[in-house]
Design a protein around this ligand. Structure first.
Ligand code: DQA
Length: 154
């Protein structure tokens, strides 16, 4: 039976500025604090949490490819602006065939029209949008629930 779940958190462009960027929309928690807290929660739940943030599309894609070799069980991805533009990230996620949850800090449906379309949502396990950084924790909780159940069955 598997006893450690490997989760990769992928954060797209400009999310390195979390905490200082448009705080009225994205809040004032820094990315480093968010990941630190996710690490703490993960440890308690037998999850090994890996994280990549990049402003470059190809770096995100390379890390999604590597996720297969690194035996990542689940991906939490906030593709940021690439959500609305990147067929390449969509193809990478299809290629590795790792289940993923799409997270957005803001409610992409209540903002500019161009943010309402995502190239990933229809191939995701689910989308969390508009719950602030809590969305990342909800995604983690869902993964923990789902995979514990799955692995205990084996
Ligand atoms: C975002 C929403 C995107 O539209 C935007 O480009 C981002 C962040 C969010 O987390 O709300 O950079 O993905």
């Amino acid at each position: 039976m598997k006893n450690i779940i490997n989760v990769l958190v992928v954060n797209g462009p400009n999310l390195n500025l979390l905490g200082t960027r448009e705080v009225d929309i994205y809040g004032n928690t820094k990315l480093s604090n968010l990941i630190e807290n996710m690490q703490k929660k993960s440890k308690k739940n037998n999850i090994s949490l890996h994280h990549i943030q990049s402003n470059a599309e190809h770096v995100l894609i390379d890390n999604i490819h590597k996720a297969k070799d690194n035996q990542i069980d689940y991906i939490i991805i906030n593709p940021a602006a690439f959500t609305h533009t990147s067929i390449a990230i969509r193809d990478a996620l299809i290629a590795v065939n790792i289940p993923f949850i799409e997270v957005h800090i803001s409610n992409i449906f209540s903002r500019e029209q161009f943010r309402s379309h995502s190239w990933l949502s229809d191939i995701s396990q689910g989308v969390i949008s508009g719950l602030g950084i809590d969305g990342y924790y909800w995604a983690l909780k869902t993964i923990s629930n789902r995979l514990k159940y799955k692995f205990e069955l084996k």
